[in-house]
Design a protein. Sequence first.
Length: 260
Amino acid sequence: MDLYKTNKVYNDRFIYCVLFKYSMSRILCPNCHRPEKACICAFTADIANDIHLVILQHPNEVSHTKGTVALLAKSLRKCQVLVGESFDDEQGFLQVMAQYQPVLLYPSEQAHVLDEHLITKLLNYQPNTQYMPDTRHNHQVSTEDNSKPLCLVILDATWKKAYRMFMLSTKLQQLPQVCLPDHLANAGQYHIRKVAKKNALSSLEASCYALAILEQDEHDCLPISPEHAGKYQPLLEKFQQFNQFQLSFRPGHKTPLEET
């Protein structure tokens, strides 16, 4: 018998046995489906968001242990995750387009800064109105019929991959695009993963801030900030704990209590 084939069969069986025993030896959390040691359920919060959140997730992010979409999906009652790169023909996204008035959170050149004036235009848009004026660039951007409820769409990917997703999907490019004000866009606390720029936001932070602005009560005079994000503040605080939890797996990492 060929020695190479013999060794290959043996190695394949060995690897299979090791993986089988490893998976059987680990006890997985029935809720987050992660090993008990890495369970993230303690970092979720039950939040009844008013505006439906749709997360378009790049395939590379699905199994990323440091990703924040799992926390979002388990915390927000109205949250939908669609995985892919191009969404023009994705049935789930086409249903979203038909059911909601989607607004894309993406800092493109055409993006409007989320503020009370923009929200008023989005919420009060009439069916016979064809365009929403863009005061930043002196041109007009088409919007959808506001007889359908608003829906926030975000891209969960690295900056490079998010740009590719945006460029591959004509329907995404045609959506009204919004971005966060600078004091929020630069307030990221995503310390567990390399980001393209300092203080960049995670998908969780960006979604919480955007939803908090869109849903802010007119009687709430305080602006949305990292310290004041309405019903989303508990989740942002849980996210801080999630950061520390993930950092605890790094060799030589000390918790704040150990450093004092």
